[in-house]
Write a protein that binds this ligand. Sequence first.
Ligand SMILES: CC(C)(COP(=O)(O)OP(=O)(O)OC[C@H]1O[C@@H](n2cnc3c(N)ncnc32)[C@H](O)[C@@H]1OP(=O)(O)O)[C@@H](O)C(=O)NCCC(=O)NCCS
Length: 172
Amino acid sequence: MFTIRSESPKDFTSIREVHLRAFEGEGEANLVEAVRASDNFVPELSLVAVTDTDEVVGHILFSIVGIETDTGMVPTLALAPMAVLPEYQHQGIGSALVREGLRRAAELGFEHVVVLGHPNFYPKFGFVPSTAKGIQSPFQVPEEVFMVHEIQAGSLDSIRGTVKYPPAFDHV
Ligand SMILES: CC(C)(COP(=O)(O)OP(=O)(O)OC[C@H]1O[C@@H](n2cnc3c(N)ncnc32)[C@H](O)[C@@H]1OP(=O)(O)O)[C@@H](O)C(=O)NCCC(=O)NCCS
């Protein structure tokens, strides 16, 4: 059994550990800390999955990035990074973190989210390749791995542009 709640300062070390163990290298663990220290951080959207003894076994972060359009920068959310401890993977924890994050993002009034990730994981939550919605990736990656999700249906209809990540993302 696990529950999902917002992070608190006592979780910072465990969150770092989750990313260090789920990913190769320190990039994602450092990204979480860089975003947390930046203006792009949304405290309500840094979520942990915890066991019934309050051990952190998963973490997801949504933060504010921009879509650069002809008429200026449109704020959106980026889902990154997210990780579940290897021994807890494939039990639905990652999916629960995405669903709860999207629910809270909707409550906070966010209209859309972008993600760079596994093309067979995110579509089940409503993500589609960003190019299908007229949004370009800033990275040289296959089209299907850069995805967007309209939290509010139709919210990207009049937006065309390229996603721009803030400096916290430069070292990942
Ligand atoms: C991706 C991740 C967060 C998913 O967490 P989880 O708790 O295992 O997710 P769920 O149990 O809800 O869903 C599992 C599904 O995720 C997908 N998935 C997980 N890892 C994947 C990978 N490396 N490649 C492709 N699909 C993957 C599969 O569809 C898997 O389905 P399965 O259990 O039937 O095999 C977790 O595997 C992880 O931490 N991976 C390492 C770090 C990482 O890659 N983070 C995401 C970057 S986009």
